[in-house]
Write a protein that binds this ligand. Structure first.
Ligand code: FAD
Length: 399
């Protein structure tokens, strides 16, 4: 292998470059990215970056330090695995011996949102800059979707002094991520902080003369708004691979070692759906830590001959709402949850059960517990052992 090409110049892509170098790879590396910015920290964009006027983005390590050529503002439009070239939007073809696909995900939007000033999505730095400008003057903000990004933006808008309404189509927020009961517990953070949360209604349209002034809802009501943020999830940025022969199914489908099946081609980050050996199931994640871990494995596997390393990830995310730190590790369990601590007070932990195993742990303001249990989930800790460990930590069981 003499030429490594990484498509997608963000977290997973940069980690792939770092790990390829750490594995001793001395060939050429090209890091191609559609954004005009070098790799930067995305999680802060819905948090402190929005609430701190003039704050500069936090750029990661300069790819040049790793002897990589960063090509910014250029989008891959096709992959030809037979000729082993990546086609770029300006018509260039970049040949590779090994490549890593790390094109992440893009924000979904709603019909009628495009071309309406004041209606935002939030995925990249340019989105965040535009949103920060509008939020600074906002009196009424409407957030569509009570997922992680929507909820963080709601908290940020409240911190900036705006009145905030969150509209969520599902009966409870975060039902898919945590289950309905725990989603409901987290959602109380909104109401406790003066955000108007409306579940079970959806947005049917926007009104405004070029600039949004009202959001129309399925229950026939309308909300006045100066700023709207659509936070209804993301979809993998894999459309450029249509026609490449790679298997696409809600992401780039990979085996346990993040190999796509095309010679020399691996994938990592939000774009990948892979077989996670730890849970023996296919997954696609959209969280920072998993993308970093996958990027490191994909980079090593791309440049290392011989048997490849399986990518074992305990899914993990954090999210900051109104000064509270929400963390989840593992997967929601099929066999119920047990809550410990004080859901309406300083914090709580909820353990998710899958048969006789601990499947997942949710913590609100319980960082040390989540870290500890994330490691234990990797070791496949049993359910009763986990419950015992938590009972010993002085938190009272709820219910
Ligand atoms: P991305 O970061 O999405 O990067 C993909 C890159 O590829 C982009 O720069 C994109 O422009 C580029 N690209 C796409 N298509 C092409 C193409 N055809 N050619 C060239 N380049 C292309 N996770 C947490 O765990 N905790 C958090 O608190 C948290 N907060 C978040 C807040 C926000 C606002 C957002 C958007 C995400 C947040 N996340 C959080 C998720 C986390 O940031 C992502 O999981 C992580 O960025 C995924 O990294 P990635 O490299 O796979 O993809």
């Amino acid at each position: 292998t003499t030429r490594l090409v990484v498509v997608g110049a963000s977290l997973a892509g940069l980690r792939a470059v770092e790990s390829a170098r750490a594995a001793g790879f001395t060939g050429s590396i090209t890091l191609l990215g559609a954004e005009p910015h070098p790799p930067y920290d995305r999680p802060e964009l819905s948090k402190t970056f929005l609430t701190t006027p003039g704050a500069a983005p936090r750029f990661y390590r300069d790819p040049a330090e790793l002897g990589a050529r960063w090509l910014g503002g250029r989008r891959a439009t096709a992959l030809d695995p037979d000729r082993k070239v990546v086609v770029v939007d300006d018509g260039d073809e970049i040949p590779y011996d090994a490549m890593v696909i790390a094109t992440g995900a893009r924000a979904r939007t709603l019909p009628g949102a495009e071309g309406m000033a004041g209606v935002h999505v939030l995925r990249g730095l340019d989105d965040a800059l535009a949103l920060r400008r509008d939020l600074a003057a906002a009196r009424r903000t409407v957030v569509v979707g009570a997922g992680f990004i929507g909820s963080e933006v709601a908290a940020s808008a409240r911190a900036l002094g705006s009145a905030v309404t969150v509209v969520e189509a599902a009966p409870t927020p975060l039902a898919r991520a945590f289950g309905p009961a725990l989603g409901e517990l987290c959602a109380r953070l909104h109401t406790r902080n003066g955000t108007d949360l409306r579940c079970g209604v959806s947005v049917t349209g926007f009104e405004g003369d070029g600039r949004v002034s009202r959001v129309l809802l399925s229950d026939g009501t309308a909300l006045d708004a100066d700023v709207v943020v659509v936070g209804i999830g993301a979809e993998p940025a894999a459309d450029w691979l249509v026609g490449s022969g790679l298997r696409l199914d809600d992401g780039v489908v990979c085996d346990r070692a993040l190999a796509t099946g095309a010679d020399g081609v691996h994938a990592a980050g939000d774009v990948v759906r892979w077989h996670n050996p730890l849970f023996d199931r296919d997954m696609r994640l959209e969280h920072w830590t998993g993308a970093a871990e996958q990027g490191a494995v994909a980079g090593r596997n791309a440049v290392t001959p011989g048997p490849s390393e399986p990518c074992e990830v305990v899914p993990y995310l954090w999210s900051d709402w109104y000064g509270a730190r929400i963390q989840f590790a593992g997967v929601p369990g099929a066999d119920g949850v047990r809550v410990f601590g004080d859901p309406d007070g300083r914090g709580f932990v909820a353990l998710h059960r899958d048969g006789d195993r601990l499947a997942g742990v949710l913590g609100v303001n319980r960082r040390a517990d989540v870290t500890r249990f994330r490691a234990r989930i990797r070791q496949r800790v049993g359910w009763s052992e986990a419950v015992e460990a938590l009972s010993g930590s002085g938190l009272a069981a709820v219910g």
